[in-house]
Design a protein around this ligand. Structure first.
Ligand code: NAP
Length: 338
């Protein structure tokens, strides 16, 4: 091979190493968890990233950490449900970087875990306002600026639960189903502007958010409570505990559970419940004997936030230039599609 060819090949690989070179990305809800991992990855791949979340201290901490890693990061406090905050977010991106190419809509809330008919109008309004309506309004605000770049990418973070809604987190699950529909209509509405819109059907990822679900606390008591930062569920019946534990296992695997294995699970839960008033599902799932019993059934680990970041970067890159309107499962094999 001639030295000239070598040079061409070498340039191509350098280009691929920073597929988002000079792009400007806003990542909404990105000071920890999946959003943080996505913000970091987009910046590692060459983008200038504006991160945000509700709490200033979280923004400062995240910006400091990523700057120390040598990444091009800035941050601004923003509650995506607040119109003024959304406007400030977009204005900050333009003031800091002069343009916007990429928007990642990652912020979401789940204000309730518990029986469906105990949900209130207030809970439904809150979860739809933050997860769906604010996502749309932020996109609406950003689109005219991406349009000026003549191409761009928007990613909406949805969930596998949008495909297989679980009644114990009913309102949240339905917002995630709605986001699949939103992705589809936005992709149609924006394709003439060369703006692609895709969503991620995320599986159970190891973050604070999933602790609400995975480590939902259960006792034999009835009722539930909603502390401000997380929801805690008290299951009324042992069967509900069991169904919740099993929910986090692979659904097809669940069908394969034999009677003896269900009995084992129930006895394990009962035994742990005797140790104290509250027993976390996480503790049960971490029990070595249980793990060893469940692994042959195809149960696997939780995902890590970093495992959601590469696909987000790819979808924003030119390599994904013909991928539009898709809901892409990142579930480690759980059901993440119809
Ligand atoms: P997380 O660990 O709770 O992190 C959420 C991030 O968003 C934090 O930076 C938080 O910071 C910020 N945030 C929360 N509410 C906000 C708001 N109203 N406005 C702006 N920022 C806000 O959550 P995660 O697990 O990474 O989840 C991220 C996304 O993935 C969500 O859309 C979630 O529905 C989806 N998802 C997660 C899982 C999972 O298992 N973890 C599964 C499927 C889908 P502040 O507290 O400072 O606001």
């Amino acid at each position: 091979m001639s030295s000239e060819n070598n040079l061409i090949k070498s340039n191509a690989s350098v280009k691929n190493l920073r597929p988002l070179q000079d792009k400007v990305a806003i990542v909404a809800g990105s000071t920890y968890g999946i959003g943080f991992a996505i913000a970091r990855r987009l910046a590692q791949d060459g983008a200038y990233v504006l991160l945000c979340s509700r709490k200033t201290e979280n923004v400062d901490k995240a910006v400091k950490q990523l700057k120390e890693e040598g990444l091009s990061i800035s941050g601004v406090p923003c509650h995506v449900g607040n119109e003024k905050d959304r406007e400030k977010l977009v204005a900050t991106a333009l003031e800091t970087y002069g343009k916007i190419d990429i928007l990642i809509c990652n912020a979401a809330v789940n204000p309730f875990v518990g029986p469906l008919f105990e949900t209130t109008e207030e809970m439904w309004k809150k979860v739809f306002h933050v997860n769906v309506i604010s996502t749309f309004l932020l996109i609406k605000l950003v689109v005219p600026h991406i349009q000026k770049q003549r191409r761009g990418s928007i990613i909406i973070c949805s969930s596998f639960i949008g495909y297989i809604p679980e009644p114990y987190i009913g309102p949240y699950a339905i917002t995630k189903t709605t986001l699949f529909g939103l992705t589809n209509i936005l992709a149609q509405a924006l394709r003439s502007m060369n703006i692609r819109v895709n969503s991620l059907a995320l599986g159970v990822i190891n973050t604070n958010f999933s602790k609400v679900l995975v480590a939902a606390v259960f006792t034999g008591e009835s009722g539930y409570q909603n502390p401000p930062s997380y929801a805690v569920c008290y299951y009324k019946k042992l069967e509900d505990c069991l169904s919740s534990v099993l929910f986090f296992l692979d659904k097809p695997g669940l069908l394969q559970l034999q009677y003896s294995q269900c009995c084992y699970l129930i006895s394990k839960i009962k035994k742990l419940q005797k140790q104290g008033p509250r027993v976390s599902i996480l503790k049960i799932l971490k029990t070595p004997e249980l793990k060893s019993k469940l692994i042959p059934l195809g149960v696997h680990r939780l995902g890590e936030p970093e495992e959601c970041a590469g696909i987000a970067s790819f979808l924003c890159s030119e390599d994904a230039s013909y991928i539009n309107g898709e809901n892409i499962g990142v579930t480690g094999g759980m059901l993440g599609r119809l």
